[in-house]
Design a protein around this ligand. Structure first.
Ligand code: ADP
Ligand code: NI
Length: 225
């Protein structure tokens, strides 16, 4: 009955959280366990606002970065790991397929355009993008840059537009450049109305930050160039 299913889903969510926590606990690239928690919380909110399946949104959010390339030999290996976990946790076959499809599309397509097929997928992608925006997004960008060995800013490194995700990964950029390369574009790529609304506020905060950064950077700097 309905309540057996409910109890089972609660257990799966709890176990998924424990699994994801173990996977992400040591991360210092901005893809840590707290990122996963924030994305899961945002997904839950969006699922209520948009009328989506909250269980699938939460489950996919908890697992969304487990298959990340940085943590696995390849994306395929990563997705396999998630698949095995979903089987062992006793998820329903249809749910398992849905979650794998969401995670696979998110991580393969990244920012490069492939549309999410379901409302739940659209929501998890929106939630992940929202966590890249605003004050938290700013913090993550500098954390990631330090992790990767990029500087804060260097006026000698131009902003590069129109690169593929793979070219981009191997190119040296800066934390500040990442805003124009990716983050400032995200508000126009949101999938849901609620996501767009939240993204608009976070976008403004990033612009406020960047304007302030430019002012402080520019002050008296020309004499050293
Ligand atoms: P996902 O969470 O979907 O795996 P990414 O790994 O591309 O997304 O990026 C997550 C966040 O990590 C970005 O929003 C940003 O804050 C940071 N980040 C990713 N790539 C870069 C980069 N090249 N320079 C600076 N920050 C980055
Ligand atoms: Ni993520």
């Amino acid at each position: 009955g309905c309540h057996v299913r409910h109890a089972n889903q609660e257990r799966i969510i709890r176990e998924a959280a424990r699994f994801a926590r173990a996977v992400h606990e040591q991360d210092s690239s901005g893809h840590d366990w707290w990122h996963v928690m924030r994305v899961t919380r945002l997904s839950r909110l969006l699922s209520v606002m948009e009328g989506a399946d909250a269980y699938l949104c939460e489950l996919a959010s908890l697992l969304h970065d487990v298959a990340d390339e940085k943590l696995n030999a390849s994306k395929e290996v990563g997705l396999h790991r998630v698949q095995r976990w979903l089987e062992e946790a006793g998820t329903a076959p249809a749910d398992r397929e849905h979650v794998l499809d969401i995670i696979g599309t998110m991580s393969f397509a990244g920012g490069s355009g492939q549309a999410m097929k379901t409302l739940e997928g659209a929501i998890v992608q929106d939630a992940d993008r929202l966590d890249a925006l605003g004050f938290i997004g700013i913090a993550r960008t500098f954390a990631y840059s330090g992790w990767k060995g990029q500087g804060i800013y260097d006026p000698a490194i131009p902003v590069r537009e129109g690169m593929t995700r793979d070219q981009y990964r191997h190119e040296k950029s800066t934390a500040i450049n990442h805003f124009s390369e990716k983050l400032l574009k995200l508000k126009d790529r949101m999938n849901t109305d609620t996501g767009r609304m939240l993204a608009a506020g976070r976008h403004q905060l990033m612009e406020l930050f960047l304007n302030g950064f430019d002012k402080e950077w520019g002050f008296g700097n020309e004499r050293y160039l």
